[in-house]
Every structure is written in structure tokens, then in C-alpha cells.
Write a protein that binds this ligand. Sequence first.
Ligand SMILES: Nc1ncnc2c1ncn2[C@@H]1O[C@H](COP(=O)(O)OP(=O)(O)OP(=O)(O)O)[C@@H](O)[C@H]1O
Ligand SMILES: [Mg+2]
Length: 310
Amino acid sequence: GTLGIAPATRKMESLLRRVARLSSSVLITGATGTGKEVAARFLHALSLHATSPFIAVNCAAIPADLMESELFGHEKGAFTGAGQRHLGYVERAADGTLFLDEIADLRPELQAKLLRLIEGRTFQRVGGERELPFRGRLVTATNADLARRVADGQFREDLLYRINVVTVHMPSLRERPEDIPWLMDRLFTEFADRTETGLKGISALAEEAALHHAWPGNIRELRNRMERGVALALGPWLMPGDLFPEHLGEVSATEMIGSLETARHDAERRHILRALAATDGEIISAARLLGIGRTTLWEKMRRLGMNIET
Ligand SMILES: Nc1ncnc2c1ncn2[C@@H]1O[C@H](COP(=O)(O)OP(=O)(O)OP(=O)(O)O)[C@@H](O)[C@H]1O
Ligand SMILES: [Mg+2]
């Protein structure tokens, strides 16, 4: 996989690959930091218009009174201060991808205009007379529950049906634990190269601590913790305290010492995750690497409470 190796990630990635070459609208859902924008860019890169623009618009970040002209553009003199014609995001996307992030925050008037853009494949610049064609592909994202917004009367139902022809859900990091060591390795390489630290690698304890963390901020949080950890670690190995400085001193040395059996299970789990990471999630090849049979690996993973799914 490109986005990860966990079963839930592979499913999500294979759906993205399947829809990439279509022109259908795609809605990407998922909690904060799960990689919705990364997924949108991935879709664009695999589309038939990968060399056309990818235009990302954060609907929550643009002031309401500017949104229409930012999206659709305006003609010269359309309103006070409109000294020149301005091309909006819709027009700049051309036959590429228009990515509308935080779509739940789009105001009702603009929801109506967006509906017209999707249904009629046309739009007008503010103050313009001509209907202009829209040839791009619409990808939207949200971490809100849009069905709930529809029920509450805050989001148009007809618009929801138009934008979610295909919905791709980004699993939270907790639902894809196999990706934690995999992402940590990649992020370590990225940040270690950039900062020229003397770090040799990630300690087994740090990996174990990461596997036990809840990751409310998902991949963004992992990325931030790795970046800070790599920058500040005294080395030679990245330790739990480098990733979770807020926990330093919280756990006493005696609490850190679990039973030998727990330690053995933790080590086994970690080792299996590494083998899976190395073989891109292939159970058969991982079993071969580990020197055991496929069914033994299967059995072991079940006993260790690891997610088994293919
Ligand atoms: N598969 C991945 N591999 C490596 N890094 C990733 C991956 N997915 C996401 N990231 C990184 O995680 C961070 C969050 O990703 P992104 O901005 O796409 O999340 P998001 O779901 O759009 O978050 P938000 O809801 O807060 O807008 C980014 O720094 C991104 O580079
Ligand atoms: Mg985002």
C-alpha cells in the first residue's frame, strides 16, 4: 500500500484507486488528521487529469461574504472594490480537481449555487451574464456527520446526494494499528534526514508506547510528535519520553515493569507488526520471514488480540 498497510487502510486505498479514474463526485469523511486531504490528492494523482490543477478550498476558512466570488470569480465592477475580473477556484480548477474541504461549513446560499454547479455543470462569475462550463471533478471532505446536518436542517439533502456519489471513509489511527509502526518508520526517515540527528532509530519502548496511545489527533498528531521527538531526542534511540514528554515522570519505574509474559507478548506483537510492515501486509510472506507457518501466525495474532482481516 501507499497510504498504509492495515486492512482498513488497504480497503480504503483500493476504493480510492477504483474511483480515481471515474469522474464521479467523491466525499471523503473521517476524523481530524486522518488524511482526508492526502486522500484527495492521491485521487487526483491517479485520475485521468493528473496534470491539470488540484485546487483546494477550505470552506471554513474563507469569510462568508467573500466565498461566492472566491469560488466562482467575479467580473470587473461586479461590486465595490471589484476593480478587475477575478477567476474563482471553480474556473481555475479547469478539468482538474476542485477539492472543497470542510464542506459542512458551506452556507445555505452557496449550497444552492454548488448544487447548480454539479447538476448543470455550469456556473456564473459574480456580476457575469454568461453561463460558463465546469469540466472539473468535485471532491469534498468533512469530519462532520452530514446526515445529521441534513436532519437538523443545516445541510441540503439534495446536495448531499450529489456530493456523495462515492463516499470514502478514512479510518482513525486506532482502527489501523498496523500503520503506526509503518508510519513511524517513514516519518523517522523523513525527519532524521532533514535534521541530521545522531539518532539511530526508534526504540522498541517508543513503538510500544505509540501502540498504546489513543491518537485523538490521528496521523497529524503522530507526525507532530515524531517531528518534535526527532528534533529534541538526546539519542541514540528515540524513547517514549521523546514522543510523549507530557507523560515523563508520570509512570514510576516499578509500574513500568510488567510481567515477563506481558513483555514477551508485547515484543511478539511488535515483531509481527514489523514483519507485516516489511512485507506490505502479506501474511504468507510475513510468516515466512518469521520462520513460522501461516496458520501459526494467524493463531498467534488472534491470541495477541491483533486485527486479522484480509
Ligand atoms: N498516509 C499518510 N502517510 C503519511 N503522512 C500522512 C498520511 N496521511 C496523512 N498524513 C499526514 O497527516 C497530516 C494530516 O493529514 P490531512 O491534512 O490530509 O488530514 P485531514 O483529515 O485533512 O485533517 P483535518 O480534518 O484536520 O483537515 C498531514 O501532515 C499529512 O501529511
Ligand atoms: Mg483537512
